[in-house]
Design a protein around this ligand. Structure first.
Ligand SMILES: C[S@@+](CC[C@H](N)C(=O)[O-])C[C@H]1O[C@@H](n2cnc3c(N)ncnc32)[C@H](O)[C@@H]1O
Length: 269
C-alpha cells in the first residue's frame, strides 16, 4: 500500500443484531442499520478509541471490508476522512450513503425524493413473486410496496449519491419487516410479527462533511490494496467460507434491480 503509516489490531467480534432504535446522528453507535453477520455495532466504541489513539482528527482511514459501513460512519462522525470499500453492491450503497454522502449537501433532495416515494402506490412484481410468494422473506403486502418503490427509484434516474440514500432507506425499511432470523438463507415458517407491519421509509442517518471528501468504492480488497492511500487501514474480512452475497442476496438484487434467475428454496441469485 502506498503512503501507509500504521495498522491497529482489534480483537473480538461484534454481533449481527441491533439494539435500540435511531438516536441523534452525533451518537457513536446511533445508526439503526441492517442486521448483519460480523457487524461491529457492539465494538464501535473500541474501534473509534483505538483509531483515535494513533491518529489525529482528520486523519485518513480506509475500511477495505466495510459491510454495513457502520465503522466508517462512526469514524466519519469523529471527524476522520474515510474511504470505505466492499465488493458487494448493497454494501457499496450503504457506504455511499453513510460515508461518501455529506448531510448538508444531500439532505433536502433526499427528503424530497423520500416524500415522493412514500406516496407510491403498491404494485406487486418480480420482488413480490420471488421473495414473498416463491420464498417468504417478506409479507406480500410489503413486497408490493418494495416493488413499486424500487421501480420508481429506477425511473427517477437519480445521481449516484441520492440513489444510494434512497436505496439504503428502502433496504433498511425492508430489513425492519423481514421474516428471517437475520440471514437470507432461510425464512420463518410462520410470519414473524414484524413482517405484518407496513414498510416505512425513513431518512438514513447521514453525517455532515469532515472538510475533505470521503469515498465509497466497490472492489475486491486484494486488488484495491495497492491503490490505498491512508494513514490507517481497518481490515475486517469474513471469518469463514460462507459468502456474504449468499446470506444477503435479497439486498444485492434489490440494489442491482437486475431481476436475476434464482435457485433453490432460498431463491438465491
Ligand atoms: C465481517 S464483514 C465486515 C463487517 C463490517 N465491519 C461491519 O461492521 O458491518 C466482511 C465484509 O467483507 C466483504 N468482503 C468479503 N470478501 C471481500 C473482498 N474480497 N473484497 C472486498 N470485500 C469483501 C463482505 O461483503 C462483508 O461485507
Amino acid at each position: 500500500m502506498s503512503d501507509f503509516r500504521s495498522v491497529v489490531r482489534i480483537g473480538g467480534d461484534g454481533d449481527g443484531g441491533e439494539g435500540a432504535g435511531a438516536l441523534p446522528w452525533r451518537h457513536e453507535s446511533a445508526a439503526r442499520m441492517i442486521k448483519y453477520i460480523g457487524s461491529k455495532r457492539a465494538l464501535l466504541g473500541h474501534v473509534s478509541a483505538a483509531v483515535a489513539s494513533v491518529l489525529p482528527q482528520g486523519g485518513r482511514v480506509c475500511d477495505l471490508f466495510s459491510g454495513t459501513a457502520r465503522v466508517g460512519h462512526a469514524l466519519k462522525a469523529k471527524g476522520f476522512q474515510l474511504w470505505s470499500n466492499d465488493h458487494n453492491a448493497y454494501a457499496h450503497a450503504l457506504a455511499t450513503a453513510y460515508v461518501q454522502v455529506d448531510r448538508e449537501v444531500w439532505i433536502d433532495r433526499a427528503e424530497a425524493v423520500l416524500a415522493e416515494l412514500r406516496a407510491v402506490k403498491p404494485e406487486a412484481g418480480w420482488f413480490t413473486q420471488t421473495f414473498c410468494r416463491d420464498a417468504r422473506y417478506f409479507h406480500p403486502d410489503n413486497g408490493a410496496r418494495i416493488d413499486a418503490v424500487r421501480d420508481r427509484i429506477e425511473a427517477m434516474e437519480l445521481e449516484p449519491e441520492l440513489k444510494a440514500v434512497v436505496l439504503v432507506s428502502l433496504m433498511e425499511a425492508a430489513d425492519r419487516v423481514d421474516s428471517t432470523a437475520g440471514v437470507q438463507m432461510a425464512y420463518m415458517k410462520q410470519w414473524a410479527p414484524r413482517a405484518l407491519k407496513p414498510l416505512e421509509l425513513r431518512l438514513p442517518d447521514l453525517l455532515p462533511g469532515v472538510g475533505a471528501p470521503c469515498r465509497a468504492t466497490q472492489g475486491d480488497a486484494v486488488e484495491m490494496a495497492d491503490q490505498v492511500e491512508a494513514d490507517l487501514v481497518y481490515l475486517d474480512p469474513p471469518y469463514n467460507q460462507h459468502s456474504y452475497l449468499a446470506n444477503y442476496h435479497c439486498w444485492e438484487s434489490l440494489v442491482l434491480w437486475d431481476r436475476p434467475e434464482t435457485y433453490g428454496i432460498a431463491n438465491k441469485r
